[in-house]
Every structure is written in C-alpha cells, then in structure tokens.
Design a protein around this ligand. Structure first.
Ligand code: DQA
Length: 144
C-alpha cells in the first residue's frame, strides 16, 4: 500500500509553533516516525507539506494514479476548505483526517470539519500518535 501523507498550513513550523498545543516534535521527526511505522507494516509513505490550498489540491489530484490512500492533517483548511473536500471526493481514495490537538476542546470554529464526513475516520488529540494511529487505520482498512 502506498500512502500519501499531507500536512497543511503552518505545520512546517511544528516544534516552534505553540508547543503547549502542538508539542515539541518537528515535522521531520513526525515524518521519520511515520517512515519507521510504514517499514514495520510493509507499506510506503510519501510526504508533502504546503501552506497553499491549491498546492494541496494538486497533491490530492496527483495521488489518484500514484497512491492507494491519504493520511491528511489539513490544519486550518479543515475548517474552511470546500476545495480540499471536493478534491478528496473527486479522487475517491480512502483517507483518514488527523489532528495533533483535540480540536473539540478548542475554539468553536475548530469543531467543524469540511473533510471529516468523507473520511474513513478522524483522529484528534494524540499528538504524534494521531498520525501513527491514522496510518495503522489505513493499513488495517486496506487489508480487509
Ligand atoms: C490542527 C488543528 C487545527 O485547528 C489548526 O488550525 C492546525 C493544526 C492540529 O493538528 O491540531 O493548524 O490541525
């Protein structure tokens, strides 16, 4: 199974960005942990981060021919982006939405996701484990 891991806006600043909310791991460390889990499971992972909505749309469209599933932390676009939702609907790949923080314990505007209704599931609040659990969930789903 080939999984595209997508990280949305401001996640390039992980490690420095509001560490009391998002923790101290950098994006490179999160990607490295996903690489090791992928190796253990026997699947492959490719990574892409962008602060631009259109670039994320392009990456989702590009996954149609190259990947079997998507693991996505859409970051702030979770709460705003019809374009990302439409791209995921168009491509039709199974995906899991993850968040480092528990968005339901935070501001009300973070309680709504445009993407989650199309996802296999959403994992929110477990830091790095949100990503690792998301990858495991995609893998287990593909084995069914
Ligand atoms: C986030 C939660 C979002 O509300 C926020 O805009 C982010 C990160 C998370 O991983 O907790 O940038 O997706």
């Amino acid at each position: 199974m080939r999984v595209l891991v997508l990280h949305g806006p401001n996640l390039n600043l992980l490690g420095q960005r509001e560490p009391e909310i998002y923790g101290t791991l950098t994006l490179a460390q999160i990607n490295a942990a996903l690489e090791s889990l992928a190796a253990e499971l026997g699947c492959s992972v490719a990574f892409f981060q962008s602060n631009c909505e259109g670039s994320l749309v392009d990456a989702i469209q590009g996954a149609r021919d190259t990947c079997d599933a998507i693991l996505i932390n859409p970051a702030a676009y979770t709460h705003t982006s019809v374009a990302l939702r439409d791209a995921l609907a168009a491509v039709g790949l199974p995906f899991v939405e993850v968040h480092l923080s528990n968005v339901y314990r935070r501001e009300e505007f973070r309680h709504h996701s445009f993407l989650a209704p199309l996802a296999l599931g959403q994992i929110s609040g477990f830091g790095l484990d949100s990503y690792l659990l998301g990858l495991r969930a995609l893998f287990n789903h593909s084995e069914k």
